[in-house]
Design a protein around this ligand. Structure first.
Ligand code: URA
Length: 233
């Protein structure tokens, strides 16, 4: 397709405005500045506008290594939001599949595909989430058994679903839960008299945080990673 048409469809500008952006040298194709809107490009060409990658509409899926101190919402009066870390046109159309608290770090999934995020978060799908947890006090020997049976959280009708805990160190564990109640991990440890001082999500289902991502970095999911949460054929 023509580059100016591609810009109209992805940036949401008119043909005239696209011509102007090109003249201003704000658009690159495969890393090279291009000024002609007539250039024919492939639909999956690597086109950037002001350094931001452009993609034709279609679902988008990302993983981010969420840094501490960022909130999982589009707006917040007190803290920066994870969306300001996104250098993508149309970032405001993305939503989070499974929020993390402001002080929690690690694997965050973002998409504009509502059905996909429903499969990640819906209690019906009981998607495992594994967290590395750092605690204020040494973990007692009974904690793993209590979590495997289910604990009663304040204000909840039912006990938590059986969760698996593996001790890494006196004050560090890996905890896998199969639901996503509000502040679940912190409340589970509070229910056994301990306190979470650090929390990092390592995986959701079979999708593991890419170790190459520094805090605040993100990347698109691969086809195989996206398929992990698609109905099996
Ligand atoms: N459980 C919590 O308590 N906080 C999170 O951010 C995620 C799980």
């Amino acid at each position: 397709m023509r580059l100016d048409k591609f810009l109209c469809d992805t940036v949401g500008v008119t043909r005239k405005q696209a011509t102007y952006l090109l003249k201003e040298k704000r658009v690159t194709v495969e890393g090279e500045i291009v000024k002609s809107g007539a250039l024919k490009i492939a639909e999956d060409a690597n086109v950037e506008f002001d350094g931001m990658a452009l993609r034709l509409s279609g679902p988008r899926y990302y993983m981010m290594n969420k840094p501490e101190g960022y909130v999982c919402s589009h707006e917040d009066a007190h803290n920066p939001t994870v969306f300001i870390l996104f250098d993508e046109v149309g970032a405001e159309k993305l939503h989070i599949a499974g929020r993390l608290d402001c002080d929690t770090t690690g694997l965050l999934l973002l998409t504009d595909d509502g059905q996909w995020s429903h499969r990640v978060t819906s209690p019906k799908h009981k998607c495992d989430k594994t967290y590395r947890v750092w605690l204020e006090d040494a973990v007692s020997d009974e904690t793993a058994d209590l979590f495997a049976e289910g604990v009663q959280l304040r204000g909840e009708k039912a006990e938590t679903l059986p969760a698996q805990m593996e001790k890494v160190d006196e004050k560090e564990v890996l905890l896998t839960i199969h639901e996503g109640k509000y502040h679940q991990v912190k409340r589970m440890f509070a229910s056994v008299g301990n306190k979470v001082v650090g929390l990092h999500r390592e995986s959701v289902g079979e999708l593991v945080l890419d170790e190459a991502l520094e805090p605040g970095e993100y990347r698109s999911l691969t086809e195989d990673e996206i398929a992990l949460f698609m109905p099996k054929k």
